[in-house]
Design a protein around this ligand. Structure first.
Ligand SMILES: Cc1cc2nc3c(=O)[nH]c(=O)nc-3n(C[C@H](O)[C@H](O)[C@H](O)COP(=O)(O)O)c2cc1C
Length: 256
């Protein structure tokens, strides 16, 4: 996962991978022994704090500008990893699956939501079989959720190759290792695969991971959800009525 997070930082210099014994650990506060889940969660209602207001009537005609506004607000509010979104897909049996990944781009209108992934991973196979998905972002300090649903299109290999080249060496090494979500016998086996991928990248700096894919989720719906400590949540749903290249959007206020 470190490789994915490196991908957030853009291109950089290759550096030796820190071994587990040298990697810094976060400083964690002392805590009471965990008991049961209800006990741990008792008296912790979500969003019980001052939250921003959302004037849905003043919202722009398209979801794109509103998303940029909310993202900028999230960054200004110190939201950690605001670009991390939950991607939901369905498998061949119709069973939902979900995982977080990094949102890479959103077009100006808010129609195309771009992310990348390994095409031979479970999510990649699910998208190949059933090219539809949802993306969900939640920014706790602001009590804001953004929900996107639509169909998914895989970009041409040239697009994926160009995107791959923008990634940091560590992110590229992680992708070159591949085999995402396959059973792993030991962490030593993984470290060895990383060393092999590192040597490969040093020998061929423009190597592209075989299954690296860029996907666009073409939104049918985008919902902006502003939480409220008194449960007067404000929800605005944009529904696309036009084609993806020339979208038109209708706006609907929703019961919370
Ligand atoms: C903060 C964070 C960011 C992540 N970013 C990505 C990403 O950009 N791409 C990706 O494929 N997986 C990313 N992952 C890992 C996925 O959540 C998931 O474990 C992996 O993609 C395998 O999913 P799959 O088995 O459903 O294909 C990220 C995980 C976390 C916690």
């Amino acid at each position: 996962m470190a490789a994915e997070e490196e991908g957030l930082k853009g291109p950089g210099e290759a550096r030796p991978a820190p071994g587990p014994e040298t990697r810094p650990e976060p400083r964690l506060e002392p805590r009471p022994e965990p008991r049961s889940v209800p006990e741990l969660l008792l008296g912790r209602p979500p969003m019980a704090r001052p939250l921003p207001s959302f004037d849905a009537e003043a919202a722009p005609a398209e979801p794109g500008p509103l998303f940029v506004d909310w993202l900028a607000t999230a960054l200004a509010a110190g939201v950690l990893d605001p670009q991390v979104a939950t991607l939901s897909t369905v498998d061949a049996d119709g069973l939902p699956d979900a995982r977080v990944l990094v949102l890479r781009d959103v077009d100006a209108a808010g129609t195309g939501w771009v992310f990348s992934a390994a095409a031979d991973s479970p999510k990649g196979r699910q998208l190949a079989d059933h090219p539809a998905a949802a993306l969900t972002l939640y920014w706790p300090p602001l009590g804001r959720q953004v929900r996107v649903r639509g169909t998914v299109e895989r970009a041409a290999d040239q697009v994926a190759g160009a995107e791959f080249a923008t990634r940091s060496p560590d992110a590229r090494i992680g992708a070159l290792v591949g085999r995402q979500s396959e059973p792993l016998a030991s962490l030593a086996e993984y470290d060895e695969a990383v060393a092999v991928a590192r040597r490969r990248l040093e020998a061929t700096p423009d190597a592209v991971a075989a299954g690296h894919a860029v996907y666009t989720l073409w939104a049918h719906e985008v919902e902006f959800w502003q939480g409220d400590a008194d449960r007067r949540h404000v929800r605005l749903r944009y529904t696309r009525t036009g084609p993806v290249r020339t979208p038109e959007w209708s706006r609907t206020l929703l019961w919370p």
